[in-house]
Design a protein around this ligand. Sequence first.
Ligand code: FAD
Length: 285
Amino acid sequence: MQSQKKFKHSFSCEFFPPKTEQGMEKLHNTSRQLKDVIKPDYFSVTFGAGGSTRERTFEAVKQIKLASDIDVAPHLSCMGSSRDQLTEVLDNYKQQGIRRIVTLRGDMPSGMVTAGDFNHANELVSFIRQQHGEHFKLEVAAYPEFHPQAETATQDLLNFKRKIEAGANGAITQYFYNIDAYFRFVESCEQMALDIPIMPGIMPITNFTSLSRFSDTCGAEIPRWLRKRLQDYGDDIASIKAFGADVVTDLCQKLLDAGAPGLHFYTLNQAEATIKIWERLSIER
Ligand code: FAD
């Protein structure tokens, strides 16, 4: 973890683009609360598979940027998109003064048969660097427990290296509850001489059913002891939230104490759970 200690701490919060005006209104409240308490370095906004939320992501980025003086980093995935489509999106973001992009492959949307002009995130990183030089800071995804489609752990690490060599400035991890997986991942990156901050992605625990379903698809493991304890609470949401806050606060504190370069919160457009964790952390900024 030595290599991570030299990076200045960064804290960020991720949102998804709301489908309704009411959802957007709620997101404004959430971003206001997070801004006041956390003062994040940036907010990020996800991008639906195959560009399915393109307009909504644009709109959410624009509105959050206008309403707060916090930087906003749109996510951009290349799967299912053409070069022309991505050129248009990137030009648009440049005009809006966007300086950071979370650069992804994404997943093939159901019903779509061709991948488009790009197969992997490293190709999108190269494309953005070719088109826009160093204008954008580029974050890429990292998987301490490995990507679900990874052939082997080593291959996945080598593929991660390609994204950094293509010009990514930093990485944000998939969420995890096995802290050793993150430490080992960082150690492997150190062995490959990758000199970038690897930001742990933090998923607060508020609902066991949806967390369990999502974890199965994205390959993030809920350790047996944690799963069993959460199952015991059944429909008792208050107890799940209280226990989840204890577990995730502990995880965050251990990460920061070990030298993690900050935290990226998957907020799911809710402020409460993230703030509850944040207020119990001891952080030097
Ligand atoms: P890649 O880095 O391309 O990796 C995907 C797989 O291909 C891996 O198994 C890898 O080992 C392999 N691979 C990579 N490069 C090569 C290569 N050159 N040759 C052969 N194999 C290769 N999804 C969304 O749809 N929208 C979002 O906004 C979004 N935000 C995310 C934010 C974060 C922080 C994270 C961690 C994930 C996010 N995702 C999002 C999910 C992500 O799109 C999926 O996990 C997707 O399956 C992989 O995207 P990637 O950018 O990691 O792909």
